[in-house]
Design a protein around this ligand. Structure first.
Ligand SMILES: [Mg+2]
Length: 154
């Protein structure tokens, strides 16, 4: 894995799958939402812990996990607080995360570029983080320049 550093302001971030990382196509897997994986990778490189927090379970959950892995994102934990946590399928619990990114938020999902800007109002060093080849082997250069244009930075 890449050399992620842990910053004192790192957060536990719970991320929904359907409608948030990908467009709604449940039980299929929709198209990636714009900048989803680039932003998730940058968040991990900033030291945040990402938990996949989804209604999916069983095979459909496994497909989602594999899809994310294929796109360069492995979660700290999936549908639990930490990798070793014992969970019961019979009991619905609240996850102990600092932040939830979910298309069911009040106001709806505002997009990944806005997620990044809300978490890093100073710009958060996004380009440095994303361009670091250790942290982002799969990152495509065209996406970086598109993101720069999107944020109005040349
Ligand atoms: Mg959703």
């Amino acid at each position: 894995m890449s050399n992620h550093f842990i910053s004192p302001d790192s957060k536990v971030i719970a991320v929904d799958f359907d409608g948030t990382i990908v467009e709604h196509a449940y039980p299929g897997i929709g198209k990636e939402m714009l900048f989803a994986f680039a932003t998730l990778k940058a968040l991990q490189a900033k030291g945040h812990k990402l938990i996949l927090w989804t209604y999916r379970h069983g095979d459909l959950l496994q497909e989602a996990v594999e899809y994310c892995k294929k796109n360069g994102v492995e979660f700290y934990a999936v549908n639990r607080n930490f990798p070793e946590e014992e969970v019961s399928e019979k009991v619905a619990r609240k996850l102990n995360a600092d932040i939830f990114i979910d298309d069911r938020n009040i106001g709806g999902f505002r997009g990944w570029s806005e997620v990044w800007q809300m978490l890093h109002p100073d710009g958060g060093d996004f380009f440095h983080v994303v361009v670091n080849p250790d942290a982002h082997n799969n990152y495509k250069k065209e996406e970086v320049s598109f993101f720069k244009r999107f944020l109005g930075r040349k």
